[in-house]
Ligand binder design. Structure first.
Ligand code: AMP
Length: 478
């Protein structure tokens, strides 16, 4: 997963790009990059957090009123700066691009780009692949009289060629900013507008939290297959490109997006409370009611509050979190993940001592966090521990950009909930029923393939195995 930002401004844009990227930092901490345009491209890309990559001098150097920014999600292996974004080319137009998602037919597109257009994608960078595909389509147009309809035609051809998840923003030198989404609209992208004395300015961002911070009002989302072009005069042009069924990633609501964001018209925090309330009946069905409900901070908080509001047990903060430790999820080995969970979380004795504790997390993937927490809570005096997952059992890998690892590593991929309960050592284990989650999101139209195995782009078993193998190797993600 990654975070992207594109700004169509009227003055220097670099400082805002950097600040805006910082508000998307939760979507990626591995690398950050920005590109601006003032007649030439100016680029800065580096590994690490936004605050580590950009310094004051980059605000001076990255000149121009239009720009793109990117923060990259760390998946195992994707550590090359070569694979970081933005990417850009100078032919047939000056084009720069950022994207969020993951391409599932990478090799196939790479081969055809080379065979048909002599364009060599030498990195494993999805954004380069999408950009080269778009550029190859542009090359077929008469560039002297290139119309907006031509641009949208190139988007459609790109959408037909590239499979998987992608929300992309493309800066077309001297022409404007073009945003588009895959036919299912799997990844979020929102257009914002703000008024200035010089006229309106626009921004595309992965989440509204970024637009809020920069003072843009969210205007609309770039929905399934949609393309939006802001031309050089600041006029907005919209086009419905290749469209499939809406399959917005439900894991954005569960874990990935920040709680203050509004996605598909819904406030993420409220969604998490709703999912928490829906857990009340499976928790009741699991036996003796808990004495206390605690969250796994920070991602379990809203679910736990929602659950507590729908049952008789009180919510209390029962785990203290060290906020200065990096993500335990992306450590290379289970041992390191266990250690990092230990370093990050510690039970608050008085809250759990002698009680039947329900501990709520957003999801269980490998089960490392839950197993560690159950033993820590017992050591802190909990009489019984019921692990509650606000998500249904994760059973299938995600080929669309969320690091769900491979089926060999996913604890519920081949085991029943009771076997998982035994493995994590809990007295009880409650998952969100898949049907409850689906009922909550029927009207949005969400992708829940990591729980259901129903891939909106129609991946077969062979393609899935190939993606798992590739993932083991490269960890490519946008
Ligand atoms: P695990 O220990 O593998 O079961 O991971 C579950 C924990 O990691 C939960 O506490 C989640 O908050 C977090 N998590 C779940 N999915 C992801 C992901 N794709 N990337 C990073 N963290 C995640």
């Amino acid at each position: 997963m990654c975070g992207i930002l594109g700004i169509w401004g009227r003055d220097q844009v670099a400082a805002e790009l950097m600040l805006g990227l910082a508000t998307l930092q939760h979507r990626g901490q591995d690398a950050a990059g920005a590109i601006t345009f003032d007649g030439s491209f100016h680029v800065k890309i580096g590994r690490g957090l936004v605050s580590e990559v950009f310094a004051d001098k980059h605000q001076e150097r990255l000149r121009g009123p239009w720009g793109l920014g990117h923060v990259r999600y760390a998946t195992m292996g994707s550590t090359d700066v070569e694979d970081a974004q933005p990417v850009h080319v100078s032919y047939p137009y000056g084009l720069a691009m950022v994207h969020n998602g993951n391409v599932t037919n990478f090799d196939e597109v790479r081969e055809s780009l080379y065979a048909e257009h002599h364009r060599l994608v030498s990195t494993s960078n999805d954004a380069a692949l999408i950009l080269y595909t778009f550029a190859a389509e542009l090359e077929k147009c008469d560039l002297r009289s290139l119309s907006i309809l031509d641009l949208f035609g190139c988007v459609e051809a790109t959408q037909r060629a590239i499979a998987g998840a992608y929300s992309a923003v493309c800066l077309i030198a001297g022409r404007g900013l073009l945003a588009f989404a895959d036919p299912h609209g799997i990844r979020p992208l929102v257009l914002g507008r703000r008024e200035t004395e010089a006229g309106p300015e626009y921004a595309f961002a992965s989440e509204t939290t970024c637009l809020d911070f920069l003072g843009f009002e969210a205007v609309e989302e770039v929905g399934p297959g949609c393309a939006i072009f802001i031309d050089g005069q600041g006029e907005i042009h919209r086009h419905q490109g290749v469209r499939g069924r809406s399959a917005f990633c439900v894991f954005e609501f569960i874990y990935f997006a920040r709680e203050d964001s509004v996605l598909r018209g819904r406030v993420v925090a409220e969604e998490r409370e709703r999912m928490g309330r829906a857990l009340a009946s499976p928790v009741a069905a699991a036996g003796t009611p808990p004495d206390v409900i605690i969250d796994v901070p920070a991602s379990g908080y809203f679910f736990a509050v929602g659950l507590a509001s729908a049952c008789d047990a009180p919510f209390r903060r029962g785990l203290a979190k060290n906020h200065h430790i990096g993500r335990s999820f992306i450590q290379p080995t289970d041992e390191e993940r266990r250690r990092s969970v230990r370093l990050k979380l510690n039970p608050i004795r008085g809250v759990v001592d002698g009680l039947r504790v329900a501990v709520v997390d957003d999801s269980i993937v490998r089960g490392v966090t839950s197993r560690r927490l159950v033993s820590l809570l017992r050591a802190a005096g909990a009489r019984e521990v019921v692990m509650v997952s606000a998500a249904p059992p994760v059973r299938y890998p995600c080929p669309y950009g969320i690091d769900m690892s491979t089926r060999d590593e996913i604890i519920a991929a081949r085991q029943s909930p009771d076997a998982v309960r035994r493995l994590i050592g809990a007295d009880g284990l409650v998952y969100q029923p898949l049907e409850s989650l689906q009922a909550l999101y029927r009207d949005v139209g969400c992708c829940d393939a990591c729980f259901s195995g129903e891939y909106p782009t129609g991946l077969d078993a062979e393609a899935l195995t190939r993606i798992e193998r590739e993932k083991d190797r490269s960890g490519r993600a946008g």
